[in-house]
Design a protein around this ligand. Sequence first.
Ligand code: FES
Length: 128
Amino acid sequence: MARVGMPRKWVFVCINERPQEHPRPSCLRRGAADVFEAMREETGRQGLVDVKVVASGCLEPCMVGPGIYVAPDDVWYGGVTVEDVPRIVEEHLAGDRPVEFLRIGREEFALSPLQGRTDLPPGMIPPA
Ligand code: FES
């Protein structure tokens, strides 16, 4: 079935990549490309022509990636694996019931790669 009109939901999957040596992790290095492909395939397999899956740059919850944002539901997921995808598609994208154990919020966004490090240059104060 062809896509018709404005999507009912958008699924933004971060596939940002940073260099290996960068202090902040990036979702691509945690399997996000496979998650993105699995999400596209599974939404198609389940016939969700009104859900748009979009590859995204950094969405900010880098410390718990791969990060996914579902709009207009305002639901964030972190640490998503390929194995999680069918459940997200069936329960949330089709059934409108977010998968609670994968949800993240303000606490995860506040995590910092600088926290706990003792080798930082003078003047660089890690966020609390
Ligand atoms: S690199 Fe994916 S959320 Fe930042």
